[in-house]
Design a protein around this ligand. Structure first.
Ligand code: ZN
Length: 150
C-alpha cells in the first residue's frame, strides 16, 4: 500500500510543480471563479465548447499543492470529453473523495485521478481537491459563474 501512496504523492507533486493547461483562455465560452475559503484556494476556470464537447479547458489560480494538482489533473482529463462524460466523471471523482468508493474497477477507470483519493485521510483537504471539479460542473451546467466550497 505504501508503494501506491508514494506513486500518488509523486503524481500530486508533479502536477503541482508543472500544472497542465495553466493560463487564461481567450475567448472562453464559460469563465468560473472558484474559492475554497477554508484553505484559501482560488481557481479561475476557462472552458471553450465545441457543440457538446469540451474543446479546450484551462485554469489559473493560487492555492495549496492539492488544489493546483487537482485542477491540473482535472483539465488534462476533461479536455476533449463530452459534457455528459465530464459530468459522469465528476460524480465518480466526487464519490471517490467523499464516500470512499475505491473499488478496483473504479480506480482503474479513474487512472491518475486516483492519486487524489489520498485526501480522504485528511477531511479538511477534500475541499481543496474538489474545488476545481465543482467549478467544472458549474461551467458545464450553468448558469452560475462562481462556486464556493462553503
Ligand atoms: Zn487547499
Amino acid at each position: 500500500m505504501s508503494e501506491l501512496q508514494d506513486l500518488y504523492r509523486e503524481v500530486i507533486l508533479d502536477h503541482n510543480r508543472q500544472p497542465r493547461n495553466f493560463g487564461e483562455l481567450e475567448p472562453a465560452d464559460r469563465v468560473i471563479e472558484g474559492v475554497n475559503p477554508l484553505c484559501g484556494d482560488r481557481v479561475t476556470l476557462y472552458v471553450k465548447l465545441d457543440g457538446d464537447r469540451v474543446e479546450d479547458i484551462r485554469f489559473k489560480g493560487t492555492g495549496c499543492a492539492i488544489s493546483v494538482a487537482s485542477s491540473s489533473l482535472m483539465t488534462e482529463r476533461i479536455k476533449g470529453s463530452t459534457i455528459s462524460e465530464s459530468l459522469e466523471l465528476f460524480d465518480k471523482v466526487h464519490g471517490m473523495l467523499t464516500k470512499g468508493s475505491d473499488a478496483p474497477e473504479d480506480l482503474d477507470e479513474l487512472g491518475k485521478l486516483a492519486a487524489l483519493s489520498g485526501v480522504r485521510e485528511f477531511p479538511s483537504r477534500v475541499k481543496c481537491a474538489s474545488l476545481s471539479w465543482h467549478a467544472m460542473r458549474t461551467a458545464l451546467t450553468g448558469p452560475d459563474d462562481s462556486v464556493s466550497t462553503e
